[in-house]
Design a protein around this ligand. Structure first.
Ligand SMILES: NC(=O)CCC(=O)C(=O)O
Length: 263
């Protein structure tokens, strides 16, 4: 399975439409990839909170239509990261996954809204549904940035069969070590591949971390970006998940009912 994670630079001077055009051109150069992954609210810019409402769109809006068309054109799964979704007077940080025929096969509204140096929690409504979708490469669980700090979300995805965890992010550089640790640990403890896409650049006085990761189910980082805009390309074997779960079955050793211990 060929993967490309686009680690995009967020420049405050760049408009949403110019950034979308730029990303579409990047994707045009990525023909032959099975999965392309993008960062969190990259079109508006995560830290551009004053643009959230004006740049919000409905789920059948331009953003979704363009990436549906792009997935069909390049014949790849595209996890287009997230955008600000408007729905019935509420706003969400919603990520979208398209199949190679352009079908929107997965949507996920960020469950854990970030509130530390972020206005996200004041503007947006949190999602309340875990999303795991079927693909030809196995079951894929969707998540967004701050979610990485909440292991129960990923365990819920694994309980729904997830083998591949996709993380769309806009994670600041000042907590880079947390970012790297969480990427590795969420993959390792859940015996899944984890593919993340983070932004880079200095936006609204926040330096973004980059270091997008591809981590295997043994917790090994197989590919990663640095501090600059780049496209991380690598190949993974999704069958490795079943193999590792078979030889080292820690997911089967969970103690799910602790009643006995406490009675
Ligand atoms: N965009 C985010 O959710 C940022 C999360 C973050 O910076 C952190 O958890 O630390």
């Amino acid at each position: 399975m060929k993967i490309a994670s686009i680690q995009l630079e967020i420049k405050d001077s760049e408009s949403k439409s110019a950034r979308i055009d730029r990303v579409e051109s990047m994707i045009d150069g990525l023909k032959g990839q099975d999965l392309i992954v993008l960062p969190e609210t990259w079109a508006t810019g995560y830290f551009s909170f004053d643009r959230y409402i004006d740049e919000s769109e409905e789920l059948n809006g331009d953003f979704v239509q363009r990436f549906s068309a792009k997935a069909k054109e390049v014949k790849s799964y595209i996890f287009a990261g997230s955008f600000i979704e408007k729905n019935n007077g509420k706003y969400y940080n919603t990520s979208v996954l398209f199949s190679p025929d352009g079908t929107l096969i997965g949507t996920y509204r960020k469950m854990h809204l970030f509130r530390y140096g972020s206005k996200e929690g004041q503007i947006l409504t949190r999602g309340n549904e875990t999303t795991v979708v079927d693909t030809e490469f196995g079951k894929v669980g969707l998540s967004t940035c701050y979610d990485l700090r909440f292991p129960e979300l990923y365990r819920a995805e694994v309980d729904l069969g997830a083998e591949l965890l996709l993380v769309t992010s806009a994670w600041p550089h000042r907590r880079l070590e947390h970012w790297k640790l969480f990427n590795s640990v969420r993959a390792l403890e859940n015996q899944c591949f984890l593919i993340s896409s983070n932004c880079v650049g200095n936006t609204n006085d926040v330096l973004l971390a980059g270091h997008s990761q591809v981590v295997d189910p043994w917790g090994i980082v197989v590919a990663a970006g640095g501090d600059e805009e780049t496209i991380i390309k690598t190949e993974i074997d999704p069958a490795q998940v079943a193999k590792i779960r078979d030889v080292f079955p820690n997911l089967k050793h969970r103690v799910l009912d602790r009643q006995e211990e406490f009675s």
